[in-house]
Design a protein around this ligand. Sequence first.
Ligand SMILES: O=C(O)c1ccccc1NCC(=O)[C@H](O)[C@H](O)COP(=O)(O)O
Length: 216
Amino acid sequence: MRPRSSKTTAKTCGLSTPETVDAAIGGGASHIGFVFFPRSPRNLSFDQAAGLAVRVPSHVKRVGVFVDPDDALIEQAIGAARLDAVQLHKTAPDRIAHLRSAFHTEIWAAIAVKTRADLDAAHHYAGVAERILYDAKTPEGALPGGMGVRFDWTLLDGFRHPLPWALSGGLHTDNVGEAIRRTGASLVDASSGLETEPGVKSVDKITSFLQAVAAS
Ligand SMILES: O=C(O)c1ccccc1NCC(=O)[C@H](O)[C@H](O)COP(=O)(O)O
């Protein structure tokens, strides 16, 4: 059991319809994730992202999710989806430093975790990112996120976090309370646990997940 200084907030990731965006906002999500990665079943076109982004009030932050993106993708996505932050998977610290100075945007660095040694990568992002997202390492060749894979939360015990952080990987309504109590996470993130099939989010699952976070 880990102490928390304030209520935990939630990012619902990979939303692609007005109904699910509205459910996330209505349920109290602090962040909404839009995926820009063509291999993902949650990938959005710039037009789709723009249409969803206008529904999001300013107190809810729009996070763009990318896998080692080029500058043009980031620039177009920030413009279309009016992103408040970008979440970068498989992106080296020097590349992140470049993107941060080029686009002056908040950066989240995703760290793929399976072992305690994997956590050490977080230290390389101090000074170049605003937040670390600890996500589960997925199988070789699979998408680097959105796979419903969980990592051993006890790996975080005693780890000295170099930056504010969020917990991700395999979270859903039935385990998020335990995850928060166990890790002390102040921000949690979920995607496939809120779906009926890959890429298809459920309003009911989003609502119950956010209720479980609020009750934790
Ligand atoms: O969600 C995707 O399709 C995705 C694709 C490529 C890179 C990252 C991706 N998602 C990142 C997220 O923030 C997910 O919410 C995170 O990986 C947790 O997913 P899940 O285990 O399914 O809850």
